[in-house]
Write a new protein. Structure first.
Length: 137
């Protein structure tokens, strides 16, 4: 959301506590499909629903800012006050059991996810603050 707000002149800087944390970023509609497929199984079981890939916060931010044609380094500042002392550096799920059991694999890749999110943020912020829709929205 910050990249869209900065692009539209609604925000000057984005303060983050870390850029190195790595997460398994996934698309909610993909996960809803996985939940539905789980419910279709004859026997209940536990599954990890994830992409199996990790990307850093820095990569996320860089990609979102690239989508709006801005250099993230010009707008992102590090704020030690925002660090989470108990934060885990790496979170990645292993979805192989779900794939083996009911054929689920995520359809939306990381870069597509960021494009979807940033495009939606641009449209929402533009409509909220300027009362107009972006082309294609």
């Amino acid at each position: 959301r910050a990249a869209a707000r900065i692009k539209l002149g609604l925000l000057k800087k984005l303060a983050l506590g870390t850029l190195t944390a790595c997460r398994d970023w996934g698309y909610a509609p993909d996960y809803v499909e996985a939940m539905w497929l789980m419910l279709q199984q004859d026997t209940p079981d536990d599954y990890v629903i994830a992409t199996g890939e990790t990307h850093s916060v820095e990569e996320f931010v860089k990609t979102a800012f690239e989508f709006v044609s801005l250099n993230w380094r010009d707008y992102v500042i590090f704020s030690p006050d925002l660090r989470r002392p108990a934060d885990v550096e790496l979170l990645r799920g292993d979805p192989r059991k779900a794939e083996a059991a009911f054929g689920w694999v995520p359809q939306v890749v990381f870069y597509e996810l960021i494009a979807i999110m940033t495009r939606a943020d641009l449209q929402r912020e533009d409509l909220l603050h300027f009362g107009k829709r972006q082309p294609g929205g």
